[in-house]
Write a protein of this length. Structure first.
Length: 193
């Protein structure tokens, strides 16, 4: 039996279409999908616990191959009664007096923020927001994944999109990695790189 090929994927990324193609083309090479958090994505890839990973940028590119795949719109998640529910989209200055329950990757913080929150996952942050405490900024895919009926999401127009990319170690650039790159890039079975 062939050794499994482990593909990590950060919260919100959707590897399903590529996994389906892999399994059709290479049925004797099992593909294992491994959920990763944004906080541990790079460490898990560099430690070898996954061969490749769908990561949310930025990551340290030293020693990595990286193919940017798509951008994600950042959104604010707030309780249903929050003022952002009345808007189609917001800008960061609209959120200046709000309590941010989880740091955003951009480093943006409301000027009024004084509380320091314990580290929490995206899901925990959205649950905290649903309880009526503060807001959280996350990629649209994360907000969809943890959608609740008691929260509202709105695009944040002046926050740069986040990028999801496919990453793997330069030292692990083998035939399987290149075949998976071919799957992601939409190459046919007989296509060469």
């Amino acid at each position: 039996m062939a050794v499994g090929f482990r593909l990590g994927f950060v919260t919100g990324a959707t590897p399903d279409k590529w996994a389906r193609v892999w399994r059709e083309r290479y049925p004797r090479e099992p593909l294992e999908l491994v959920p990763l958090t944004e906080a541990d994505q790079e460490e898990r890839l560099r430690s070898g616990s996954v061969e490749m990973a769908l990561v949310r940028l930025p990551v340290d590119r030293e020693g990595l191959h990286l193919i940017p795949l798509y951008d994600e719109q950042p959104v604010v998640v707030a309780g249903l009664e929050h003022f952002v529910a009345a808007a189609d989209e917001v800008v960061l200055t609209d959120l200046g007096g709000e309590q941010l329950v989880r740091p955003h990757a951009s480093g943006w913080r409301p000027e009024a923020e004084q509380l320091v929150w314990p580290a929490m996952s995206e899901q925990e942050a959205i649950e905290t927001v649903a309880a009526g405490t503060g807001v959280v900024l996350v990629p649209q895919s994360v907000a969809r994944l943890y959608h609740r009926k008691d929260v509202i999401t709105r695009p944040v127009a002046d926050l740069s999109p986040t990028t999801v990319g496919l990453a793997w170690l330069v030292d692990a650039d083998d035939e399987r990695a290149q075949r998976f790159v071919g799957v992601v890039r939409g190459r046919g079975v007989r296509s060469s790189r």
